[in-house]
Unconditional design. Sequence first.
Length: 217
Amino acid sequence: MARESLGLAIMQNPLFSAVYERAWRPVFTRLFSLGGSSTADVDKALTAYLARPGDRLVLDVACGPGNYTRRIASGLTGDGRCIGIDFAESMLARAARTPTDRTSYLRADAHEIPFADDTFDSVVCLAALYLIPDPLPVLDELVRVTNPGGEVVVFTSVATDLTSLPGVREATCLSGYRIFGRHEIVERLSAAGLEDVEQTITGMGQYVLGIKPAADA
Ligand SMILES: C[S@@+](CC[C@H](N)C(=O)[O-])C[C@H]1O[C@@H](n2cnc3c(N)ncnc32)[C@H](O)[C@@H]1O
């Protein structure tokens, strides 16, 4: 079972899930782009990363109320589906309020993703890793359930000049939010077997994308 932190406890509160989409996520998205360059529009950059029409099966890990699950699903074709997993019932209840033909949701812990190895064409974990007390093993799980030839996309926090100001890192950690070192995510995903790992930093946020080598590579 996942371990608790203050940030996680807040996330699981039904009141929080009610304000998440309209208030918290947009504000946090802006905060993430603080100190960033022209790529400050985090959502736009993210959408570009997720634009993989034709993907058959996508997993959205820690999907929250499903805003990205739906967005990813809307880009799929054929029998493509996007499955969202999250361990907060209130978030999943919110997600279930906007069903689509291409989305399904499941309550699960990101540390123990309840799917077999090599199942998904793409696996994403967006704006969640920094809340998870033991986040690096989750990256191994993302890679495990990805098909050979498939991609893993992570969006999370990253250390910047701003976060190195006195007290900022400590205050953030106290509240249960983790700021990852510049190379931490890239190194763990590479160690887990991903190739062509790319990192794009937008202010205090980073996108990391990597490909699981094809079986005959
Ligand atoms: C900030 S929300 C992000 C939701 C969504 N991915 C987005 O980008 O809008 C973080 C989510 O991570 C979920 N979460 C945190 N730890 C988790 C874990 N160990 N397993 C599954 N979900 C988790 C929380 O319940 C919450 O819904």
